[in-house]
Ligand binder design. Structure first.
Ligand code: IPE
Ligand code: IPE
Ligand code: MG
Length: 253
């Protein structure tokens, strides 16, 4: 069902939706889901309570993006740098990821969503790897929203992996191609996917934190003070509406 039939008539969401031009939707929305710890801290809860609460936001944003007609949604769930956190927090994040996949895979599949994990997946522990590969295999043929989840991801690590894969191919084929932007793009984790049109960061931090460095060259950046566990459909619609009010110039006039 499209989002129109889903939001409550007369609600703020319905009003926002009415203002959105369906012909100018961002094709690819990328999100730095930040602020779980602060959300919990404000409630005197342990940080992991914020991560748990953030899952509900993930569900709602995935579903809303699919119904709205966004083609690609990339969620930054765990960075290479996040291993610096206390072991117990990292463990809980991994457990929550497994739980999310266990509970949501059916519904993702039924909604024609294609799931992909991007990042150094091979370094994750075996049970998670298995679940991720299984989710990718099951949803591979779906033609609706592409949901990319960035896990053990960093933009610089992605570029290192990209150049190493390029080198490996050169060694195998024996001929050296000339380097071009297209060639580099083809070896990225996001090969074949359009670059993000809209990059959203929750919780107000004005930084990129090593996310999609190559791909965000001309993305529109939307930073909201809302903490990730509070980020709901209404906030996504607000971000899309603001995106549609921006003038994208790509260096021209
Ligand atoms: C984002 O929330 C979730 C991850 C990085 C895994 P944080 O845990 O970074 O929350 P803050 O930024 O400390 O509030
Ligand atoms: C970025 O958030 C990573 C994810 C959302 C997964 P962080 O909370 O790790 O980023 P910094 O430390 O504020 O830059
Ligand atoms: Mg953070």
């Amino acid at each position: 069902m499209e989002l129109e039939g889903f939001v409550e008539a007369g609600s703020q969401e319905a009003a926002l939706l009415k203002q959105i031009d369906k012909d100018r939707l961002p094709k690819h929305v990328a999100v730095i889901m930040d602020g779980n710890g602060r959300w919990a801290g404000m409630r005197r809860l342990p940080r992991v309570a914020g991560h748990r609460a953030g899952i509900e936001s993930v569900r709602e944003i995935v579903e809303s993006s699919a119904r709205l007609g966004v083609q690609v949604l990339t969620l930054y769930a765990f960075s290479v740098e996040n291993w610096k956190r206390p072991r117990s927090e990292v463990r809980t994040l991994m457990e929550l990821l497994k739980e999310y996949l266990r509970l949501e895979l059916d519904s993702l599949h039924k909604n024609n969503i294609r799931f992909r994990a991007i990042g150094r997946i091979q370094e994750l522990e075996e049970p998670i790897r298995k679940q991720l590969y299984e989710a990718m295999r099951i949803t591979e043929g779906n033609s609706g929203l592409l949901l990319n989840v960035a896990l053990n991801y960093s933009g610089r690590a992605e570029l290192v992996d990209t150049f190493n894969r390029l080198l490996a191919e050169v060694k195998q084929n024996g001929h050296t191609p000339s380097i071009s932007e297209e060639l580099i793009s083809r070896f990225l984790y996001t090969s074949g996917i359009p670059d993000p049109d809209l990059l959203i960061r929750t919780s107000g931090e004005m930084r990129i934190s090593n996310f999609l460095l190559w791909q965000i060259a001309y993305s529109e950046i939307y930073i909201t003070p809302t903490y990730w566990p509070d980020f709901r459909r209404k906030h996504l619609l607000e971000a899309v509406l603001e995106y549609q009010q921006r003038e994208r110039r790509y260096g021209g006039i």
